[in-house]
Write a protein that binds this ligand. Structure first.
Ligand code: NAG
Ligand code: NAG
Ligand code: NAG
Ligand code: NAG
Length: 416
């Protein structure tokens, strides 16, 4: 064989896709996934994948599984080892509609839909509804170093370590961490230490009704925001508090940062919220600023804001931000809520957010982490934005317990 035809033959062999089983079993870094698909009896999943056209499979590496075993997830071991349904759901959350090649991945996140759809996921004995039309999504983007990452529940990132492996039904990217389902509203609030909102929702009996909605956008004031209005909430009626909370919830639109624009969104309280994207890329909802965007939750998306929104003060007027010289000593509504002893920093840090249209004009602004109020240096916000520092007591970078627990259960099942 002449050298050139040999090269052509090799090239053809590489370029011609193969079925999933063949491709996976040919890889030394995916043996656990193969074992999971073959030995745990998730045959329907394998068959299911082979019937889909044009998919992207994020395949957790052996190292990803090993890390979970090491972190010793302890939740519902017995359940997971017997629960092929849970394992199937986990695998479905690794499979996305549409072929996303590495060259399609940009700084601006895209939110492809997975095959995890309308399922009641049982986590630690509690049912957590996944309820996003079209399927639960994940954020796919480049990080500041240019690595392709997949961002899931609680903003946990997983990094693509081997990209663009073709197979009959689309493309496979090997990732270094399992993807975590977006969690319920209450699990997300507690993990992020948003205890004031969690407490207020509990006191108004809104937790379950909110978790049962589909396709929501939640604007979540941080604890500092609640602390600044504490003086005005003494003796507030349950109805008035419920109306305030409902004013923070949009139903029927999952408003990922990339789809927001200057517009008015209807809320559960009946009144509209005015969304404003300033020319420098900051996002305001009425007079509150989004300080951490795109926390995926089971039934939509949550954005952290630095002010409590009032149904009595509609519209965009950042100058009217509550400036409190001496915030109340106690965060309101938190009695009865047990805070986490440490908080996952991805949820509490302040991130910039730039609307898609603006990013084209200023690509470097996209991923930059802004410090307190830097996008609006002259606004009163700079003094009162309630930004949690990126480092400090009680912060951690590891996965929260609930994450380790979920994926730990899966790892255990694989080892059975
Ligand atoms: C999904 O949303 C629908 C309509 O909002 C609701 O009836 C249903 O209970 C929700 N499902 C789950 C699993 O939360
Ligand atoms: C959105 O509204 C803000 C504030 O009025 C304005 O500065 C900005 O230019 C608007 N953006 C667009 C795209 O119209
Ligand atoms: C959680 O929030 C409360 C009130 O804002 C704060 O006192 C506490 O330090 C926070 N916990 C952590 C672990 O950051
Ligand atoms: C973006 O950042 C890179 C590296 O920091 C720099 O070389 C480039 O000029 C910047 N581009 C713009 C449009 O500012």
């Amino acid at each position: 064989m002449r050298a050139s035809s040999f090269i052509l033959a090799v090239f053809a062999a590489v370029a011609t896709a193969q079925d999933l089983a063949t491709v996976l079993s040919g890889r030394e870094d995916l043996t656990t996934l193969v074992q999971l698909l073959q030995e745990v009896g998730v045959v329907p999943t394998t068959e299911f994948i082979s019937k889909q056209k044009d998919v992207t499979l994020f395949a957790p590496s052996d190292a990803a599984f090993a890390e979970i075993v090491q972190s010793g997830g302890i939740f519902s071991i017995q359940q997971a080892s017997t629960d092929a349904g849970l394992i199937e759901q986990i695998l479905r959350y690794h499979l996305y509609k549409g072929v996303i090649m590495s060259s399609d991945i940009m700084e601006i996140p895209q939110y492809p839909s997975s095959y995890l759809d309308y399922s009641a996921i049982v986590l630690d004995g509690e049912v957590s509804g996944s309820n996003v039309t079209g399927g639960e999504v994940a954020g796919v983007s480049l990080d500041t170093e240019g690595n392709a990452i997949v961002t899931t529940g609680l903003k946990v990132p997983s990094t693509v370590v081997v990209a663009d492996i073709p197979f009959d039904n689309g493309v496979i990217h090997v990732i270094d961490k399992l993807l975590l389902f977006p969690l319920s509203i209450s699990e997300t609030l507690i993990t992020g230490n948003f205890t004031a909102l969690a407490g207020a929702a509990t006191q108004t009996d809104l937790v379950t009704p909110l978790e049962e909605l589909s396709d929501v956008t939640i604007f979540c004031p941080n604890n500092d925001a609640f602390q600044r209005i504490a003086g005005g909430t003494d003796g507030i009626t349950k109805e008035a508090l419920a109306e305030i909370l409902q004013y923070h919830v949009v139903q029927g639109t999952v408003g990922y940062s990339t789809v927001l624009s200057n517009t008015t969104l209807p809320t559960l309280a009946g009144k509209g919220l005015e969304i404003t994207i300033t020319d420098d890329g900051a996002v305001f909802v009425n007079n509150a600023r989004v300080i951490n965007a795109d926390v995926l939750i089971a039934n939509g998306v949550l954005h952290v804001i630095n002010e409590v929104l009032s149904p009595q003060e509609e519209g965009y007027s950042p100058a009217s931000q509550t400036v409190s010289v001496s915030p109340a000593p106690v965060v309101p509504f938190t009695s009865g809520i047990t805070p986490e002893t440490s908080v996952y920093s991805e949820l509490t840090q302040t991130t910039s957010f730039v609307a898609a249209g603006l990013v084209t004009a200023a690509p470097n602004a996209t991923m930059a982490t802004v410090s307190s109020g830097s996008a609006t240096p002259s606004s009163p916000l700079a003094a009162s934005s309630g930004v949690v520092p990126a480092t400090g007591a009680g912060m951690r970078n590891e996965l929260p317990a609930v994450v380790a627990a979920l994926v730990g259960a899966l790892a255990f099942a694989v080892n059975m």
